[in-house]
Design a protein around this ligand. Structure first.
Ligand SMILES: [Mg+2]
Length: 253
């Protein structure tokens, strides 16, 4: 049983709290355009070919880092047929030399978007229904965390613009050096908390399966970026799959 007074609740951000797919589609399109030196920057996902946008949504399930969105566009432009996580990870490995430049371009493009058109940027970053109220009303904010691969400054930009109070130090940004699993382990140590008193909600099934080593309670957010195949992988790994109703009734006030 979850007890908000003593337990830690940690949420992934994109695909759990925030539906950022349209923003990521737009920003990563522009990052690749910049890389190719072709100035066809767009400001709305509606400007992208419908078939590309729908494939992007399908491949979204496999991403772990911001720059991975740029790799999705690259794979689609090259006509690369990616069917599963393994295909996507091999594609990333084959193109490893582009990783740092894609990362730099992706985050620079996002920063430019925020600076030039904050309201347009926020419009492409809606909260999932009920999530804003959940964060605002949560009864023990000291024990509410975000563990995300988004830059902390991007999460704060969204909270600040929407006047949501969230304890700054409870936002942890994972990267390749310090991944989400390491962050969970650090939090268990820092707060001297047993794994059974730690609950992590995430929409990426692969990350959850890897996080089993921590011993904490794991849940797949079915409303995020995953499909039936990935839900089944979670269930096979004995990771509960939550609907929004399950989530709000288990973790809400
Ligand atoms: Mg996610």
């Amino acid at each position: 049983m979850f007890n908000p007074k003593t337990d830690i609740l940690a949420l992934d951000f994109d695909g759990v709290v925030l539906d950022s797919i349209e923003e990521c589609l737009t920003v990563s399109h522009n990052a690749l355009a910049l890389y190719r030196n072709c100035p066809d920057r767009i400001s709305s996902p509606g400007e992208i070919d419908g078939q590309i946008a729908s494939e992007f949504r399908r491949l979204r399930n496999f991403i772990r880092h911001g720059q991975d969105f740029v790799f999705i566009h690259l794979a689609l432009q090259q006509g690369n047929r990616i069917q599963n996580q393994r295909d996507f990870d091999s594609f990333l490995a084959e193109n490893e030399r582009l990783n740092s430049v894609f990362r730099k371009l992706f985050y620079e493009e996002r920063a430019r978007f925020i600076q030039e058109d904050l309201s347009g940027w926020l419009e492409l970053n809606p909260f999932y229904p009920g999530m804003r109220k959940f964060l605002e009303d949560y009864c023990n904010k000291e024990r509410l965390f975000i563990i995300t691969t988004k830059l902390k400054e991007n999460v704060l930009a969204i909270f600040d613009a929407r006047s949501i109070e969230f304890i700054d130090k409870n936002i942890y940004s994972a990267d390749r050096k310090t991944g989400k699993i390491r962050i969970i382990e650090m939090l268990l140590e820092k707060y001297r908390i047993k794994p059974e008193n730690f609950h992590f909600i995430e929409d990426q099934v692969d990350t959850l399966i890897q996080a089993k080593s921590t011993g904490v309670n794991l849940y797949l957010a079915a409303w995020g970026y995953n499909d039936d195949v990935q839900s089944k992988r979670a269930m096979d790994a004995r990771i509960p799959v939550l609907t929004p109703e399950d989530f709000f009734s288990q973790f809400g006030n």
